[in-house]
Design a binder for this molecule. Structure first.
Ligand SMILES: [Zn+2]
Length: 155
């Protein structure tokens, strides 16, 4: 048995204002659990992405998220849950005027190959991306695999 208070956990840098590693704190072996708080316009993810071998579920506790999906945009409101199969592309965005609170579940914890797409201004289209740590360690960067341009910086 393990128990944690979410507010006591670390806040990981990334696209969300708050991202707390709940599963890591509990020691879950087969399931990743993350708690997010998003400002309007923020996302739980670095881009439009899919995990080859991982199921993902998002439970919206407060607010409204809009998910870009392979079936078009889908709104997920307070008290609603959305599921993505392994390999299914998606990206959330806080579509409301206030903060959103979201619990994200992913299983197994090792999601396998990550497909990550973002708009690259230099390439003029959405391209494959990699996530890197900045030289000073103060931010995570998304970098276009095609041309090497930085497309996002998240601290
Ligand atoms: Zn590019």
């Amino acid at each position: 048995m393990e128990k944690v208070a979410i507010d006591d956990l670390d806040n990981w840098m990334g696209p969300a204002d708050v991202k707390r590693p709940v599963g890591k704190a509990l020691g879950t072996e087969h399931m990743g659990i993350r708690f997010y708080e998003l400002e309007p316009g923020e996302s739980t993810a670095f881009g439009y992405h899919a995990h080859a071998d991982q199921e993902e579920v998002f439970y919206v506790l407060d607010g409204t998220l809009s998910f870009e999906t392979e079936d078009g945009d889908v709104e997920v409101g307070e008290g609603e849950v959305i599921y993505f199969e392994p390999g299914e592309l998606q990206q959330s965005r806080n579509a409301g005027d206030g903060r959103a609170r979201v619990l994200g579940l992913g299983a197994p914890t090792d999601g396998g190959d990550l497909t990550l797409l973002r708009e690259c201004e230099d390439c003029g289209e959405r391209t494959d991306q990699e996530i890197e740590r900045s030289d000073d360690g103060e931010a995570l960067l998304t970098v276009c695999v095609e041309c090497g341009s930085e497309t996002g910086r998240f601290s």
